[in-house]
Design a protein around this ligand. Structure first.
Ligand code: DX5
Ligand code: ZN
Length: 217
């Protein structure tokens, strides 16, 4: 399977996010990655399901909502109704029952994802492997675009791939998010990532199509 490129629109003009997403689709993006931040789980506040709805209506590729929020359970229905295909939550949030939230994402007709912060042990994946379609491995501490990529992420990707394969879930996608660019894309894919989320590398480029293409390794 070819690597899936999911540009993050975190660094785009917030007055024109839907048209930015449509432009990225024309430039060759496979998915659009939405960084939803509540100002509590991370210091920054971005946007909610209303903006996600506008974006989903302007693109035909899957929209991947990465919820960096304290209380994902109260938000997932709105993001599902907005048209997001993937909804990814963090186990480090205040949500005490991630089984229930992941199951609810599936009931809402979406694909559940679990995001792991850089310091979060990968073993957690083993206990929810049956519920997942995606594991999002953070290669930066969430909150901001343009941070330095943590290279130890590659080891975590290998570990998560092994845990998923041992659980009989070879089909679960591993996505990597944070500081992804053409210098590390191939190493991440070789380690087992099949989705590359990339923000500033793509959106700060004067040739977004070329930047997306350079990640298709
Ligand atoms: C970080 C976000 C990332 C970020 C990626 O909190 O989850 O999706 O936007 O941006 P870059 O590629 O610039 O690290
Ligand atoms: Zn993200």
């Amino acid at each position: 399977m070819r690597t899936i490129i999911a540009p993050s629109i975190l660094g785009c003009n917030y007055g024109r996010l839907a048209s930015a997403a449509a432009g990225l689709e024309r430039d060759g993006a496979d998915w659009i990655h939405l960084d939803v931040m509540d100002g509590v789980f991370v210091p920054v506040l971005t946007f909610g399901a209303g903006v996600a709805r506008s974006i989903c209506s302007e693109v035909s590729i899957p929209v991947d909502a990465h919820l960096m929020v304290e209380q994902p359970a109260v938000l997932i229905e709105d993001f599902a109704k907005a048209g997001c295909r993937y909804i990814t939550i963090h186990p480090e949030s205040s949500e005490k029952h991630i089984h229930r939230v992941l199951g609810r994402i599936r009931e809402l007709g979406c694909s559940p994802g679990l995001a792991l912060n850089p310091a979060t042990p990968p073993e957690i994946v083993r206990w929810v492997a049956d519920l997942l379609d995606l594991v999002l491995i953070m290669a930066v501490n969430p909150g901001y675009g343009g941070q330095k990529h943590i290279s130890a992420t590659r080891e975590k990707i290998c570990t998560v791939r092994r845990i998923l394969d041992e659980a009989g879930r070879e089909d679960v996608l591993i996505s990597v998010d944070g500081g992804v660019d053409s210098s590390n894309a191939k190493k991440l894919v070789d380690a087992g990532a099949s989705v590359l989320v990339s923000g500033s590398y793509i959106t700060s480029s004067s040739d977004r199509a070329g930047a997306i293409d350079s990640l298709k390794v």
